[in-house]
Design a protein around this ligand. Structure first.
Ligand SMILES: [Ca+2]
Length: 310
């Protein structure tokens, strides 16, 4: 990884498979080819639609391959706080690129080129390698879609991970319905037996439906940011949050609130009994190992104090 500018340390609104990735239009996959497309190739810009030319696809595939071969992806970690203790419990790995290219666009391009699994595996491998620099007591959350989990390469990658399995949380992200839960559960079973935990990512949004949660029986339910934003003022969201806490408790799972951006939201999810929280109010993703090292037994690792009113 090259030296980091201040801008690179600034968090971005969406990470690997973040909320924005769900809404990426296929045209944007091609219209955001920069810096994949430079010089004379820039004619492939916004006006080119998916499938318009074989050469366009070949170029995307070639350049995705280049990133995979060169390993030019970096991992930022965003802290996840235990809301009861106020300390960092884990960190979610989010992919960044030296070039500053948009990770969501890049992963979408990789998918378009038929390289989604390769791209996700490369990101998970990079994340697990970086995770050795996290404090020992923290867990590391990595993102993968079900199709990647079904790959034998995924199991091999997790088994040889440089961090213990009981420190790994797999955040299952899904952009389309899972067609075969039995195969998915069978693929994950050995990893779960070894201690790896499974989280349903972005629960309550997209295809992370209640049925998805029921079938996966996750260890962690990550409530989507859209359910957390304004939860302090929206009584319907608050009621749903309370119900999800009770549901999670009954099935032996925990709740992580995603996208906490205000003190009021933090106070509310804490009062509702959610186990952990993540969001810009608590901590931005950072590429800097010096900051990761501070997330353990350090005054700076304590989350902002908020008043929890009745
Ligand atoms: Ca995630």
């Amino acid at each position: 990884m090259r030296g980091l500018s201040a801008a690179e340390a600034i968090p971005r609104p969406a990470g690997l498979f973040g909320a924005r990735a769900r809404s990426l239009e296929t045209s944007s996959i091609f219209s955001n080819l920069d810096p994949l497309v430079e010089g004379p190739e820039s004619s492939m810009g916004a006006g080119v639609l998916p499938g318009a030319t074989a050469s366009a696809m070949d170029l995307i595939r070639s350049r995705v391959h280049t990133v995979l071969r060169d390993g030019s992806m970096a991992t930022a970690f965003q802290p996840i706080y235990d809301l009861a203790t106020g300390h960092v419990a884990g960190a979610e790995a989010l992919t960044r690129f030296d070039s500053g290219r948009d990770p969501d666009v890049w992963f979408a391009q990789a998918a378009t080129a038929g390289l989604a699994v390769d791209a996700e595996l490369a990101a998970v491998e990079a994340a697990l390698s970086a995770a050795v620099q996290l404090p020992d007591l923290l867990y590391v959350s990595v993102n993968a879609s079900p199709v990647t989990c079904l790959s034998p390469r995924f199991s091999r990658l997790l088994r040889k991970a440089p961090v213990r399995a009981d420190r790994i949380v797999l955040e299952l992200t899904e952009h389309s319905p899972v067609e075969d839960y039995t195969s998915l559960l069978n693929a994950l079973a050995p990893l779960r037996s070894s201690g790896m935990r499974v989280a349903v990512d972005d629960a309550g949004a997209g295809h992370s439906s209640m049925l998805h949660i029921l079938r996966l029986a996750p260890d962690i339910i990550k409530l989507d940011k859209e359910l957390i934003t304004d939860i302090d003022t929206n009584h319907l969201q608050k009621a749903l949050g309370r119900a999800m806490v009770n549901f999670a408790c009954d099935i032996g799972a925990t709740i992580t609130a995603e996208g906490i951006e205000t003190a009021a939201e933090l106070a509310t999810v804490t009062k509702l009994g959610m186990t952990s929280g993540q969001g810009y109010f608590l901590g931005h993703p950072t590429l800097l190992p010096d900051q990761w090292a501070q997330w353990h037994s350090h005054p700076g690792s304590t989350m902002p104090m908020v008043a929890v009113s009745n």
